[in-house]
Design a protein around this ligand. Structure first.
Ligand code: ADP
Ligand code: MG
Length: 253
């Protein structure tokens, strides 16, 4: 079966630094793969090569079998790669509903011509998306007044408006309280499984990673050092070494 995302032997250097050196991975529809490793391991560089921000030095990135490595971000997004941002992508003065309607509008523009009146239909669809992320009750509020965790849920709705086949989440829960982190990842996992969306994510909180990822890929200095189920990765001596090396139990993504 064709994986939603298939990455083979990805490389990227910055000057003398090999940020990513030989990363391969697959994510199937409806599957959550966590990319973890210490700071500087190359996780964000991987994400940026998958979303079109960075061109790989070498390697292949296939989305549903189609090569997308080196394509510009907008084209990658059009092909169905969604992402959430570390800094939220919403407009503070616009309502929750309007923000999601905007996202739907820009999604539809790739299919319909711009004169097609979409506003009415989009309000209904925007509400359906808000329903999926549990934000219907706050549809009329300006995004600027929302609690941080709620803003993240709106951002997820915005990403879903593009009907992504793949969702990239680079530290989606950064800055959130532990309970909010769990809630956001539970929501993401449910939406991914129901909608058959492949998800690649990083996350600092190891409890969240181990309880929500189907599989994990561990990077250290740009190289994969372990891969497998949460249980397999948890007892891998190489992973323990990397973690114990810094003496921290948290603070890893
Ligand atoms: P992570 O997200 O796992 O913390 P990054 O992918 O951000 O790691 O960084 C991997 C390595 O690449 C680090 O050594 C970092 O300093 C370096 N790096 C990342 N982006 C750049 C850049 N734009 N220019 C130079 N070096 C970079
Ligand atoms: Mg990073």
């Amino acid at each position: 079966m064709t994986a939603t995302l298939e990455v083979t032997d990805l490389h990227k250097s910055f000057g003398g630094v090999q940020a990513v050196a030989g990363v391969s991975l697959r994510v199937a529809a409806g599957e959550l793969l966590a990319l973890i490793g210490p700071n500087g391991a190359g996780k964000s560089t991987c994400f940026n090569m998958l979303n079109g921000q960075l061109r790989p030095d070498r390697g292949s990135v296939k989305l549903r079998g189609e090569e997308i490595a080196g394509m510009p971000p907008r084209k990658v997004w059009r092909l169905g790669v969604g992402r959430t941002f570390q800094i939220t992508a919403t407009f503070g003065s616009m309502s929750v509903l309007e923000n999601v309607q905007m996202a739907l509008l820009s999604h539809e523009r790739r299919i319909f011509d711009i004169w097609n009146p979409v506003a009415k239909r989009d309000a209904t669809r925007a509400m359906a998306l808000l329903e999926r992320v549990g934000m219907v009750g706050q549809a009329a509020r300006p995004c600027g007044v929302l609690a941080y965790g709620d803003l993240k849920r709106v951002e997820l709705a915005i990403a879903l408006a593009n009907e992504p086949a793949l969702l990239l989440m680079d530290e989606p829960t950064a800055g959130m309280a532990p309970a909010e982190r769990v809630a956001l990842m539970e929501l993401t996992a449910r939406i991914a499984r129901e909608g058959k969306i492949a998800v690649l994510f990083t996350e600092h909180d190891m409890d969240v990673v181990f309880s929500h990822a189907d599989r994990l890929l561990v990077l250290d200095r740009g190289r994969p050092i372990a891969e497998g189920s949460p249980a397999e990765v948890r007892r891998d001596p190489k992973v323990r070494e990397v973690y114990l090396g810094t003496g921290a139990t948290h603070g890893y993504a």
